[in-house]
Design a protein around this ligand. Structure first.
Ligand code: GTP
Ligand code: MG
Length: 170
């Protein structure tokens, strides 16, 4: 079988939007209603088969709390890909996500692959961010966009596979 090609991926976004939950769903197939807030950052890896290749994601799950904000560049510097997460029930978290996208496009790797994740899609009865608004924003800014749910697993593998498809293979 093929030797994995490794890529560094960072997750960014406001506290409690579900960054750690998305990673735990993707890596371990688990979800916790009482997921603990991340301190500093967490590191996990997961491989994805893609045609003849195997992509190994080296994932930095950052802490969203304001006091850790200054650490973020350490994690996104050198990252080939980023998932910027907001919570579809929290409009402020969408505004914060847009700031992260802008920061990544200015200070991140030149060819960084950015995906926007509108998480908690299972809570559509409490929705505050329209799908169409986020989708138009993503298109205008040349980034991937999916609504996800770490709880139901909707679009979780899909967002990592969509990123893997856009990464350079040689
Ligand atoms: P920080 O580590 O503080 O930056 O937060 P985080 O972005 O890692 O959020 P975390 O994964 O800790 O999730 C926060 C809360 O949201 C937890 O209670 C999760 O169970 C819940 N949660 C995460 N994803 C989802 C989801 O897709 N649907 C629902 N209903 N709840 C979710
Ligand atoms: Mg976390």
């Amino acid at each position: 079988s093929a030797k994995p090609v490794s890529f560094k991926l960072v997750l960014l976004g406001e506290s409690a939007v579900g960054k750690s939950s998305l990673v735990l769903r993707f890596v371990r197939g688990q979800f916790f209603e009482y997921q603990e807030s991340t301190i500093g950052a967490a590191f996990l890896t997961q491989t994805v088969p893609l045609g003849d290749a195997v992509i190994k994601f080296e994932i930095w799950d950052t802490a969203g709390q304001e006091r850790y904000k200054s650490l973020a560049p350490m994690y996104y510097r050198g990252a080939a890909a980023a998932i910027v997460v907001y919570d579809i029930t929290n409009y402020d978290s969408f505004l914060r996500a847009k700031q992260w996208v802008k920061e990544l496009q200015r200070q991140g790797n030149t060819n960084i692959v950015i995906a926007l994740a509108g998480n908690k899609s299972d809570l559509s009865d409490k929705r505050k961010v329209d799908f169409s608004e986020a989708s138009a924003y993503a298109e205008d800014n040349g980034i991937l966009f999916l609504e996800t749910s770490a709880k139901t697993a909707q679009n979780v593998n899909e967002i990592f596979v969509a990123i893997a498809r856009k990464l350079p293979k040689d």
